[in-house]
Design a protein around this ligand. Structure first.
Ligand SMILES: NC(=O)c1ccc[n+]([C@@H]2O[C@H](COP(=O)([O-])OP(=O)(O)OC[C@H]3O[C@@H](n4cnc5c(N)ncnc54)[C@H](O)[C@@H]3O)[C@@H](O)[C@H]2O)c1
Length: 337
């Protein structure tokens, strides 16, 4: 299988969403070539891609999106059609401790990638046909909601953490490349993802890991912070649809339409594990800890634009997705280590 119609440069493809996306794309389309550029930080893991590592249409390159030489080599050697930029520092807690690295990768890295694409794709009369840069952003750029309302694509950006501020800055740069140079771009802003291959510093895999190891499950504040949760494969399908058919220059929100308080999720996971895997796991593991600095109260996504324009909607209910996810972690305990 080598007929390659579209070449994707996926950055950060060894991380949680990027590795799910690569597997999704290789399963869905036989006519693609994937180049995965990843720095393999603590969050990147080539084990996530074991199932595709020998695929004839897949190539891994170890490197930094901030490295001009690597990017110019990639663009000289490959006729890249889509860039999907997943590469990022992605954990809010780490951004509070070490903001600079978030600025370096998420802002400077993105602008470096934009430049490399522009240099390769720009012609005297604009840009080559069928090329597109897609920035994978987050609902966190919109800030925090009260008890009601939803983020739409028109909601003003109001990020609070160094993580979300760095993502919002990158979004503004991507928009500037469209406004100034006419570069073909889309930005997707998604809510909280869960599913296989997520590094166990994030809420859901951390809860599962601590249930497996019988360690305390730390919950910030009163546990009533609300997030909208989406199964990662639904997100991947949305990105694929935006790459293929998204209107040039547009932002698309992607959300699971599934709001849950953190404490609700913890209790649900404990109950499933107690009933299916380990009857000694219980709510006594829950440990309330002081709240995260600047902790946003509620995120909720209005994803009607991508639904109306591209026909996307989430297909996995939270009840199905969370069971699949917990089962995956129990079946892949060695991956956790
Ligand atoms: N996880 C979520 O719930 C969520 C929700 C919305 C948006 N996003 C966005 O999706 C993207 C992927 O998120 P994730 O959860 O998969 O993150 P992740 O932390 O699991 O993976 C990030 C990947 O980027 C790589 N990377 C980091 N710095 C790099 C650099 N300088 N050059 C090349 N590679 C580098 C890491 O090695 C890792 O493989 C991020 O941009 C994030 O902001 C995530």
């Amino acid at each position: 299988m080598v007929i390659c119609v579209k070449t994707y440069l996926i950055t950060g493809g060894a991380g949680f969403i990027g590795s799910n996306f690569i597997q999704y794309i290789l399963n869905q389309h036989y006519s693609v070539k994937i180049i995965n550029l990843d720095l393999l930080t603590y969050a990147g893991n080539l084990e996530n891609l074991r199932s595709v590592k020998n695929h004839p249409n897949y190539k891994f390159i170890h490197g930094d999106i901030g490295d001009k030489k690597i990017l110019s080599d990639i663009f000289n050697q490959h006729d890249v059609d889509y860039i999907i930029n997943f590469a990022a520092e992605s954990h809010v807690d780490r951004s509070i401790l070490e903001p600079e690295i978030f600025a370096r990768t998420n802002i400077l890295g993105s602008v470096n990638l934009l430049n490399a694409a522009k240099n390769s794709w720009e012609t005297k009369n604009g840009f080559k046909n069928s090329k597109k840069y897609i920035q994978i952003s987050t609902d966190e750029v919109y800030g925090s909601l009260g008890e009601t309302g939803y983020f739409t694509e028109a909601t003003p950006l109001n990020p609070h953490s160094p993580y979300s501020a760095s993502k919002a800055s990158a979004d503004m740069l991507v928009k500037a490349y469209f406004d100034t140079f006419g570069m073909p771009i889309n930005i997707t802003r998604c809510s909280n993802n869960y599913g296989p291959f997520q590094f166990p510093e994030k809420l859901i895999p951390l809860i599962i890991l601590n249930c497996i190891t019988h360690k305390p499950i730390p919950i910030y504040g009163d546990g009533m912070n609300i997030r909208d949760w989406i199964y990662v494969e639904d997100h991947c399908r949305g990105i694929d649809m935006v790459a293929a058919n998204g209107s040039n220059g547009e932002v698309y929100n992607i959300g699971g339409n599934n709001e849950k308080a953190n404490i609700e999720i913890v209790k649900l996971i404990i109950e499933y594990i107690r009933n299916n895997y380990d009857s000694s796991v219980g709510e006594n593991l829950i440990t309330y800890v002081s709240d995260r600095k600047g902790h946003d109260k509620r995120y909720a996504i209005d994803a009607s634009k991508i639904n109306e324009e591209l026909g996307w909607r989430p297909e996995t209910s939270f009840e199905q997705g969370i069971k699949k996810t917990i089962d995956w972690y129990f079946e892949n305990k060695e991956w956790m280590q």
